[in-house]
Design a protein around this ligand. Structure first.
Ligand SMILES: [Zn+2]
Length: 72
């Protein structure tokens, strides 16, 4: 009987990621919505300094998310 090992090979979609605010340099954790598409971008105000950041979310083939931000 084979034991199933779920490690690495399984496609797992991240539901949370973080970006660094382009204005104050704080690391901000944001919830992700995988159902909104593989490539997303939106503007969000930094909860620390209130500066708007343009957030880009890209999902990798393995389901992990890459989040980048630039200050507006
Ligand atoms: Zn900030």
């Amino acid at each position: 009987m084979k034991k199933k090992r779920k490690r690495g090979s399984e496609r797992r979609v991240a539901d949370e990621a973080c970006y660094v605010c382009g204005s104050c340099g704080e690391e901000i954790v944001v919830p992700l919505d995988p159902s909104a598409g593989e490539h997303q971008s939106y503007v969000e105000d930094c909860p620390v300094c209130c500066a708007p950041n343009e957030i880009h979310v890209d999902y990798e083939a393995d389901g992990s998310a890459r989040v980048t931000a630039r200050s507006e």
